[in-house]
Every structure is written in C-alpha cells, then in structure tokens.
Design a protein around this ligand. Sequence first.
Ligand SMILES: Cc1cc2nc3c(=O)[nH]c(=O)nc-3n(C[C@H](O)[C@H](O)[C@H](O)COP(=O)(O)OP(=O)(O)OC[C@H]3O[C@@H](n4cnc5c(N)ncnc54)[C@H](O)[C@@H]3O)c2cc1C
Ligand SMILES: NC(=O)c1ccc[n+]([C@@H]2O[C@H](COP(=O)([O-])OP(=O)(O)OC[C@H]3O[C@@H](n4cnc5c(N)ncnc54)[C@H](OP(=O)(O)O)[C@@H]3O)[C@@H](O)[C@H]2O)c1
Ligand SMILES: *[C@@H]1O[C@H](CO)[C@@H](O)[C@H](O)[C@H]1NC(C)=O
Ligand SMILES: *[C@@H]1O[C@H](CO)[C@@H](O)[C@H](O)[C@H]1NC(C)=O
Ligand SMILES: *[C@@H]1O[C@H](CO)[C@@H](O)[C@H](O)[C@H]1NC(C)=O
Length: 511
Amino acid sequence: FWARPRLGRLHPLCPFSPAGLRRWLSSRAPAPRICVVGSGPAGFYTAQHILKHHDLAEVDIYEKLPVPFGLVRFGVAPDHPEVKNVINTFTHTARSDRCAYYGNVTVGRDVTVGELQQAYHAVVLSYGAEDNRVLGIPGENLSGVYSARAFVGWYNGLPENRDLKPDLSCETALILGHGNVALDIARILLSPLDFLRKTDITDCSLAALACSKVKRVWLAGRRGPLQVAFTIKELREMINLPGTQPVLNPADFTGLENAVKEAPRPRKRLTELMIKTALEKPREKAVMAQAAVPRQWGLKFQRSPQEVLPTPDGMRVRGVRMALTRLEGSGDSAKAVPTGDMEELECGLVLSSIGYRSLPLDPAVPFDTQRGIIPNNLGRVVGVPGLYCSGWVKRGPVGVIITTMNDSFDTAQSVLEDLQGGVLDVSVSREGFGAVGSILRSRGIRPVSFSEWEKIDAAEVARGKAAGKPREKMVDPQEMLLSQGRPAPLVQGGTVCCLPVGSSKQNRQGH
Ligand SMILES: Cc1cc2nc3c(=O)[nH]c(=O)nc-3n(C[C@H](O)[C@H](O)[C@H](O)COP(=O)(O)OP(=O)(O)OC[C@H]3O[C@@H](n4cnc5c(N)ncnc54)[C@H](O)[C@@H]3O)c2cc1C
Ligand SMILES: NC(=O)c1ccc[n+]([C@@H]2O[C@H](COP(=O)([O-])OP(=O)(O)OC[C@H]3O[C@@H](n4cnc5c(N)ncnc54)[C@H](OP(=O)(O)O)[C@@H]3O)[C@@H](O)[C@H]2O)c1
Ligand SMILES: *[C@@H]1O[C@H](CO)[C@@H](O)[C@H](O)[C@H]1NC(C)=O
Ligand SMILES: *[C@@H]1O[C@H](CO)[C@@H](O)[C@H](O)[C@H]1NC(C)=O
Ligand SMILES: *[C@@H]1O[C@H](CO)[C@@H](O)[C@H](O)[C@H]1NC(C)=O
C-alpha cells in the first residue's frame, strides 16, 4: 500500500505513465501539488476543476471517513437516488491518474493543516458542516428530541449515528424548521414502507420504521408561508405522498395571493401550491378509507419554540411550548417577533431541523464563529496565503449540490489564477503524500485508498442485491475493514434492530 499509493495504476513517477511523461516534458516546472480536505461535492468539484484546467497539477483528497462523497452519501434522502448520480462524476475524477484519495484521515487530528501546507503548494478546505445549530431552549436534551443531522445520519448509515435508535413509539411528531431537510424527514417518517424498501436506506432504520407508530407530523416554522425555505419540488412530493393527507389551515394564507404577485417566480409558484392545497376539499372519504391508518402532515406557521416539555416523570418529551409570532418587515428579511401569546403542541417526538453548522478545524485556520464559516475572498482564506476553502464551510450550510459546484469552481479558479500569477511558488517541488504518508504512518493512521473504497462499494452493492436494494451500506468502520474485497454477511437483521424501539425507555435511561 505504502509503495503504491495509486493502486492498480502506473506510479506517477514512472516515466511511461501519462503523469511521468508530462513531468519529463516540463522537467523545469515541478507539478503543482494541491491538497483538498473533504470528499463531499465541494472537495470533488474543486479537484475536478483544477485537474481539468491545469495539465500538470496533482490533487490529493483527504477524507475523515473511510468512505467518500460526504452528504451525497450521508445526507441526500435514500428515496432520491437520481441526486446521487453525481457520484459517477466524482468517481471519474478520483480515477484520474493525477488524483488520489486518502480516506480515514481526520485533518486537524491525524495531520495538521500546517503539516499539509508544508507538503503541498496549496491546501483547499472543503470539510463541510459537521455539526448542527441548537435551539438553546430548556428541555432540548430530553429523550425523544433529536437533531435532524443525527436522524438523517441514522437512516443514511452514518457510522457515528448508527446507534441512535430513535423512539418512534408515539403518534405525533413535531419537526422544527421549514427547510428541505425538514421535508426529507417528514417524508421518511410517513412514506409507505414499500417505497423505502427498494432504496439504500439502512436495513436497521427500515426495521425501526416498520415498527413506527407515527401517523401525524407537524412542521413548525417561526415565520410565515412567504418565508419557508423548502422548494416546490419537495413540497409537491410531500403533497402527493400516497396514504397521507396534508393539513393546511386556509386562514394562514389569507391575502397571500395578492402579496406574492410581485415575488420572484419560484416563491410565487411555491406559495400558490400551498394555497391551492389549503383550499382543496379534504380528499374523498373513499380515498381516505383505502388507507388503513390515514397518516397526516401539516405546516404550522409563526411559532417559535420556547421550551421542550417533559412528561410528568421528567424522563421524556410530551410537547413543545411555542411562542406565537408576528412578522416585522416583509419578504425574505421579515423578522419573527413574539406576540406574548403561547401555545403548547403535544408530541412524543421532536426533530430539530434548524440547520447544520461548520466547526473550526485547526487553530491555524481563521474561523468566523458568528457566521460559522472560514473568512475568505473568492475562496482565498483571509490572511493565510496558500490556503483556500469551498462548499458549505466557505458559504455556510445552505445550497444544493449545484450551488456547491458553482462556488467550488470559483475557488478552483482562484487557485489556478494564483498558480498562473506566481502567487503560489511552485519553483520548489513539494512531496505531497510522500511526506504526509510518513507522518500518518508514524501516528498509526492507515488511510483507505479509492480502490479500497471501490471494494467496499462492490460489497455493499452485492449485499443489497439480495434484498432488491441498490446497496446495503456498511455502518460499522470495522466491518468495512474486514470485508474489503469480499461480501460481508449481514450483521444486523431487521428484528434485532426492531427490539430497541419497543424497549426504548430502558435503553434511554441508561444515558
Ligand atoms: C440532509 C441533507 C439532504 C440534502 N439533500 C440534497 C438534495 O437532495 N439535493 C441537493 O442538490 N442537495 C442536497 N443537500 C445539499 C448538499 O448535500 C450540499 O450542498 C453539499 O453536500 C455540500 O457539500 P460540501 O462538500 O461542502 O459538504 P459535505 O457534503 O458535508 O462534505 C464534507 C466532507 O468533509 C469531510 N470532513 C469533515 N471534517 C473533516 C476533517 N477534519 N478531515 C477530513 N475530512 C473531513 C466529511 O466527512 C465530508 O465527507 C442536502 C443536504 C443535507 C444536509
Ligand atoms: N431535495 C433537496 O434539494 C434538498 C434536500 C435537503 C436539503 N437541501 C438543501 O440543503 C440546505 C440545508 O437545508 P436545511 O433544511 O438544513 O436548512 P435551511 O433551508 O436553511 O432551513 C432551516 C430552517 O430552520 C429554521 N430555523 C433556523 N433557526 C431557527 C431557530 N432558532 N428557531 C426556529 N427555526 C429556525 C429556518 O427558519 P428561518 O428562515 O426563519 O431562519 C428554516 O425554516 C438547503 O439549501 C436545502 O435546500 C436540499
Ligand atoms: C444539552 O447538553 C449539552 C451537553 O450534553 C449541553 O452543552 C447543553 O448546554 C445542554 N442544553 C440544555 C438546554 O440543557
Ligand atoms: C455562480 O457564482 C457566480 C459568482 O461567483 C454567481 O454570479 C452566479 O449567479 C452563480 N450561479 C449559480 C447557479 O449559483
Ligand atoms: C482507520 O484508521 C485506524 C487508525 O487510525 C485504523 O485502526 C482503522 O483500521 C482504519 N480503518 C479502515 C477502514 O481502514
């Protein structure tokens, strides 16, 4: 492994490899060595753009998890497989002979940013947003309250969330937030099981959802219908979800048809869809009768969570006290101001979906704690020459993959300009992984290569095949290690995972 970091390909120092040939042809200019931290869309799109527009540059991608692709694997909902097609493009980039992937390396812990800067001409930080915003209200830590990040991580097989065992034994769930992540969660909670069965949702969460008693999901936002953060395609999907009934209060939409006339077209269409749905007669009884247990979901507006209320024994959530708000100002920038009135909403499950949050990585890197981003100009980290950033850690935790692609290309462009303009000194060659590999080895860290990931990938696909799923993800890093190259047996059967749902009280009291 150490002698051949790019497994299965000609070593780049071999004069007959394309990279070696290029180097030989331009032996007076050492190849720029670029390091990218994080293998989500930001990391891969940054690498892709640099490789495409520079004939010599070599890019090494370091990733904390053994497996690549960030939120494309661990965020995007399992019932949206088409979104994950970007993985094909990323795989193409990773297979380039001028690109290498080193998974299972946590930058900031296993190797410092300073050490990376010594080994590379430029370092791009694309490590995303690994934490979530918190409400900071009493009761937020009660059992039965989960962050959207943890819940999403759980159903998507993120190793750190594999033991979440969310308690789905209540009938009413409350999701806080009106973003697309909130809609993802509502959809997963209410989808017919047969829809999810054919997705790459983990076997364990599928089993837990099969035992779920949840049949009513409220999504509460602190502002109004004109300020929702979700988008029309995702809302329409929810409205059309079989076996479920939208519950929207027509009074929430009074006068909005006029107010939205001058709004940008996407906002106008989104609002019109909500109004139409709110005014629609409840679906025919016949339709409702078809569903043995009718499930409902609804939007609540102008409600700001104040306290998560405990059951009498103080052990778990029984509801949330909400402050009613009025809006000050209008449009996107309207502010929610409490009116003084309160309301209690009963629920046995709370999912806080108020956004993700980036964390500082290394004391050597400036970080704006207020905005939760690395301060930068077009991706150039302020005050640190040779250091760049892209993606959510550059912009904040908003934007779809295309938005992330766009800003990653911008950052890559800044790197290319600095290479061309001599801002980055490439006259001295850098060792790249040659240096970092020794550091990691001395610390007992064993990186996972891209071809090793491809073996894990193949094993996951093989495991899924039997169940008619695109893949059955490995959720245990130890399992990834053991099964490299051969299909692993299913470690966790559905019923095993189902048990903790019923016995969740016992389980929780342990914490
Ligand atoms: C739940 C959810 C669902 C979404 N669904 C969609 C969708 O359907 N369609 C769509 O277009 N967009 C969707 N998005 C948005 C999309 O995922 C983001 O725009 C995009 O993933 C941001 O890319 P990124 O590379 O900045 O961050 P990430 O995708 O988070 O990638 C960051 C990577 O860095 C790694 N990393 C973190 N710390 C370190 C470290 N110290 N050292 C090394 N590596 C590290 C992480 O493990 C991760 O792999 C969704 C987002 C979420 C949260
Ligand atoms: N299918 C898809 O395309 C898809 C799926 C998932 C995610 N994504 C994208 O990923 C990004 C992140 O999504 P997200 O849903 O996490 O974030 P988001 O779109 O920013 O939504 C966050 C929601 O939380 C609310 N909120 C924030 N702080 C709050 C507080 N203190 N109290 C009450 N409410 C609070 C916000 O309300 P305010 O507006 O009042 O602040 C907003 O409704 C988005 O760009 C999203 O579009 C896309
Ligand atoms: C919740 O717990 C965390 C640590 O577990 C703590 O930092 C935080 O202050 C707690 N929040 C509340 C509202 O009690
Ligand atoms: C891409 O970024 C540029 C600025 O860098 C911006 O002007 C443009 O609107 C962005 N496009 C999209 C689709 O986000
Ligand atoms: C990841 O690295 C650790 C050491 O930090 C090692 O014990 C583990 O086996 C590695 N995991 C994989 C999947 O290679």
